[in-house]
Structure formats: C-alpha cells, structure tokens
Design a protein around this ligand. Structure first.
Ligand code: 8X3
Length: 258
C-alpha cells in the first residue's frame, strides 16, 4: 500500500512542457499541491485550470531559470509561506544542445547543458533539501537518462551531464542516510517531446527523424514512473528507474522498422 501525497507540495522544474508537464498532471491526479516553474509562466498559467480539474489541490506557477544561482535562491525565498514546505522536488528542467563531435562542438552548447542540467539541479536542490531534512519529510526526484548510463557519439556533453546527475543522486542518497528523505533517479531513453527540436535549434524535420519508424516513450510513461516512485511506502527508496520503450535497449540499440 503506497503513501498519500494529497495536499503535499510537489515542486516540478521545467513544468511547462514534456515530462515536466506530464508529471504535473500525474501528481495532480494524486491530489498534490503543485509548485511549478519554467522560464516563462505563460504555459504554466494556461495549464492551471486543467490541473485543478485533474485533481490538484492547488497550483502556484512562477518564472525561474534554474541555471541562475542568485535567482534560484531569491525565488525560493520569495514563494508564499504556504508553499515553502516542499515534500517532493522533481528536478526535471534540462536540455540537450547540438549533436556534434565534442572536439568540434560549440562551447556555448556545453555551457548551456552544464548550467541547466548540472548546476540548475544543484542550485534548486541546495535551496530545497535542507528544509526537507529539517521537517523530516521529503523526496528528491532527479531526471537522468539512458545517456547517463551509456555515451553516444555527438552527445558526449549531454551524456556527461546525465552521468553527473547519476552520481549526484547516488551521493545524495548516501548524504541523506539517517533521514527520511528519499532520492530517486528516473532515467528514460527516447521520449517524444520537444527535446530533439530544442537540441537541433528548432529544426522540426531533423527532430522528427529521431523518432521516425520507432516507438519512443511518451512523457506520460515517464510521469507514471515518477508517480509510482513518490507514492511507495515511506520505508521504500526507489533508487533508480531505467526505462526505455520496447524498441530501445540502450543509448545506441534502437529498433526501427525502416
Ligand atoms: C534523452 C535520451 O537518447 O535522446 O535523455 O539522449 S537520448
């Protein structure tokens, strides 16, 4: 029998689209209070009524770029007091930029991926986790990837950021021993979102090819795993969920019908 997260504050970064948005709806169905951030609030505000209809106890959207350290600190200090007791943190905000050989790549791509996927995760976690420890309740869910388990050509830096996420999750699980705070890394393979479009600078045609003739995961598949992990009995820590579609075995082995 799982635990209830009804009326608990669940904070999801990068919640305006893709896995973050699907996770907001999955945790809404559990009756959570949703603290949602993205770089712009437009899409979050537009989702509000649907999230309430889906079961969310309340929704508080705010704008935040997780890669900006001082903004993260300030934003989390400024959220209304009734939203400060965060029980679940889903570090979802992340991106890939480019698919180039590392030795030829644009270093701006590296900066953006490291700043969001690694530093962003660190800044938000640093701002939220001490409160969880103090209150004696919390669950940290980090989004990893098959890319953090196995590299692929052209993806070295993206893979490195996800390998960093894997190690940060493992290390924090050790740091938190003796507390009731849980740490889960959710590591999907290919998921059909705007991920590839963002990676290829808006090139929709190139992005579509990534998912052509195969069956990627959907954002809901990943959100379902997150929902499962956060509702396990309090003594259970789901360390890692590595999930791919049936047509993918690892970063490189993908079955395509044509
Ligand atoms: C996304 C999975 O294989 O596109 O994290 O890098 S992959």
């Amino acid at each position: 029998m799982g635990i209830s997260i009804r009326n608990k504050v669940a904070f999801i970064t990068g919640a305006s689209a893709g896995i973050g948005k699907a996770t907001a709806f999955a945790l809404a169905a559990e009756g959570a209070r949703l603290l949602l951030c993205a770089r712009s609030t437009d899409a979050l505000t537009a989702m509000r009524d649907d999230l309430i209809a889906a079961g969310a106890a309340d929704v508080f959207p705010f704008a935040l770029d997780v890669s900006k350290r001082t903004e993260v600190q300030a934003a989390l200090q400024q959220i209304p007091v009734e939203w400060q007791d965060i029980t679940i943190l889903v570090n979802n905000a992340g991106l890939a930029r480019g698919l180039e050989k590392l030795y030829l790549d644009n270093p701006d791509h590296w900066d953006e991926m490291i700043d969001t996927n690694v530093k962003g995760l660190l800044y938000v976690t640093r701002a939220v986790l001490p409160g969880m420890v103090e209150r004696g309740a919390g669950h940290l869910v980090n989004l990893g990837s098959t890319a953090g388990h196995m590299a692929y050509g052209g993806g070295s830096m993206y893979c490195a950021t996800k390998a960093a996420e894997k190690m940060l999750s493992e290390g924090m699980r050790i740091d938190l021993l003796g507390t009731p705070v849980r740490v889960t890394s959710i590591d999907p393979g290919m998921v059909e979102t705007r991920f590839s479009e963002v990676r290829f600078g808006g090139d929709k045609e190139r992005a579509a090819k990534v998912y052509a003739n195969t069956t990627p995961l959907t954002p809901d598949d990943v959100a379902d795993a997150i929902r499962w992990a956060v509702t396990r009995p309090a003594h259970v820590n789901v360390s890692n969920v590595l999930l791919t579609s049936i047509t993918q075995a690892n970063s490189l082995s993908i079955h395509r019908t044509a």
